[in-house]
Design a protein around this ligand. Structure first.
Ligand code: NDP
Ligand code: HSE
Length: 437
């Protein structure tokens, strides 16, 4: 089996190393040896350490390598939308198997890749695109195909999980925790894709597409990052027996007209310490799947890193090579359900709201009245004299309200109206609450 490797950075160099170190085992598992036909990179002169590969295999001509008749499998570990999309569409249309880790491309325009795979009768595998080393997409795409998945809740971005875990452990603010993540090499020089939730949103789209047999793209995902999460929010969560995580949530539901639909969102949320995802610390990833017959399933492991991600890439390489040798290919994209994606306003969630209020008669009633007007039911109310809350904001009283489940639009409108109440001096924290109702 002849492999074209596109990209030789963090992931690609580990793919090359593992192909070399495990060549005998891989050949035995596949039933044929694997050979590298070429490695496309941007800079031929870049120092690549002592990578165990002949220098003449490197090329800057990715197009030529992809088009070569001498290639069976194209492994894409470059990233980005173009030129990766053109390379992969060409390869798939020509009947070559494709293995990619490119979540951004799959979420932006997975349709083009799946259509090209169907046209060319080719395999498209992308286990490494979501949650790095964790075997997750294959279970969704194969093992759980006899079941009905109702909800997927995940921590799918290691950088933000590291930052939030550090804030929780030390009481640090976002900026300080980001600095630590950068120093330790978890956060990239430009951390926007991670901290603003773009990376997690791409992964949420891929997970939702597989779980619900429906095409979901990045644009369908409601996205909020963690840059607004404060040390006071973290302290508030702790006071409630919770922790804050950046969650991706894909859930089946019913829209206002009674039709089945899905909601897909990424945002920070409080989860109780008893929730299986609460103990996922550091830069680890975990995904909690709730299926009708199987019940709850938890997938946990390293979501990033060269070797960890290369493990998932090589697992796909073995699968597509076996398929080629057997003259078969994996079932094509399953998007038959074609469910509508609900807007965020219709997603059902719960809010935790912390208010600084005047401590005088009628204030609690006025606040409760705003919730009632929006048909939002209050689950718990806690009032503390000023100064006793973790943030000690020097106001008359702090009211902490947690709601029952309601449409997000009703919860957001409630918060907007609370801002207009005379007795509310400020809204100290608003966070969604997940897991537990
Ligand atoms: P890197 O930036 O480390 O490597 C990118 C590689 O692509 C480099 O070798 C670079 O060449 C090459 N390259 C860039 N542009 C071109 C081009 N136009 N033509 C040919 N080669 C090009 O990226 P990563 O290895 O970190 O990530 C690769 C993919 O894996 C991305 O899609 C990413 O989202 C995904 N992924 C990464 C994970 C991780 O932990 N890093 C985890 C899961 C998924 P050169 O070496 O010459 O600069
Ligand atoms: N930047 C990503 C993370 C890498 O922090 O999880 C893996 O996709």
């Amino acid at each position: 089996m002849r492999l074209a490797i596109l990209g030789c950075g963090t992931v690609g160099s580990e793919v090359v190393r593992l192909l070399h170190e495990q060549s005998a085992d891989l050949a035995a598992r596949i039933g044929a040896p694997l050979e590298i036909a070429g490695i496309a990179v941007r800079r031929l002169g870049r120092d690549r350490g002592d990578l165990p590969v002949a220098p003449e295999l490197f090329t800057t001509d990715a197009v030529g390598l992809v088009k070569s008749d001498d290639v069976d499998v194209v492994i894409e570990v470059v990233g980005g939308i173009e030129p990766a999309r053109s390379w992969l569409v060409d390869a798939l249309r020509a009947g070559k198997s494709v293995v990619t880790a490119n979540k951004a491309l799959l979420a932006e325009d997975g349709a083009s890749l799946h259509d090209a795979a169907a046209d060319g009768g080719a395999d498209l595998y992308y286990e490494a695109a979501v949650a790095g080393a964790i075997p997750l997409l294959r279970p969704l795409r194969e093992s759980l195909h006899g079941d009905r998945i109702n909800r997927v809740t995940g921590i799918v971005n290691g950088t933000t999980n590291f930052i939030l875990s550090a804030m929780d452990a030390t009481g640090a603010g976002f900026a300080e925790a980001l600095e630590e993540a950068t120093e330790l090499g978890y956060a990239e020089a430009d951390p926007t894709a991670d901290v603003e939730g773009f990376d997690a949103a791409a992964k949420a789209a891929i997970l939702a597409s597989l779980a619900f047999h429906t095409r979901v793209g990045a644009a369908d995902v409601h996205r909020e990052g963690i840059t607004e999460v404060t040390a006071a929010d973290v302290a508030s969560a702790k006071a409630m027996g919770c922790t804050i995580k950046l969650l991706c949530i894909a859930a089946r539901g019913t829209d206002a007209a009674g039709r089945e639909s899905v909601s897909v969102r990424v945002h920070p949320a409080m989860i109780p310490l008893s929730h299986p995802l609460a103990s996922v610390g550091d830069a680890y990833n975990a995904v909690f799947v709730e299926a009708e017959a199987a019940g709850p399933l938890m997938f946990y492991g390293r979501g990033a890193g060269g070797a960890a991600t290369a493990s998932a890439v090589l697992g796909d390489v073995v699968a597509v090579c076996r398929n080629r040798l057997a003259g078969v290919h994996a079932p094509s994209e399953s998007a038959y359900a074609d469910l509508a994606v609900r807007p965020m306003g219709e997603a059902l969630t719960r809010y935790h709201v912390s208010l600084d209020v005047a401590d005088r008669p009628g204030v609690l009633a006025a606040v409760a009245g705003v919730f009632a007007r929006h048909d939002v039911s209050i689950a718990t109310v806690r009032q503390a004299p000023a100064g006793t809350e973790p943030a000690g904001r020097g106001v008359d009283a702090v009211l902490v309200i947690v709601t029952h489940t309601a449409p997000d639009a009703a919860l957001a409108a409630t918060v907007e109206d609370l801002r207009g109440l005379d007795a509310v001096r400020s809204i100290a924290s608003v966070l969604r609450v997940e897991g537990g109702e």
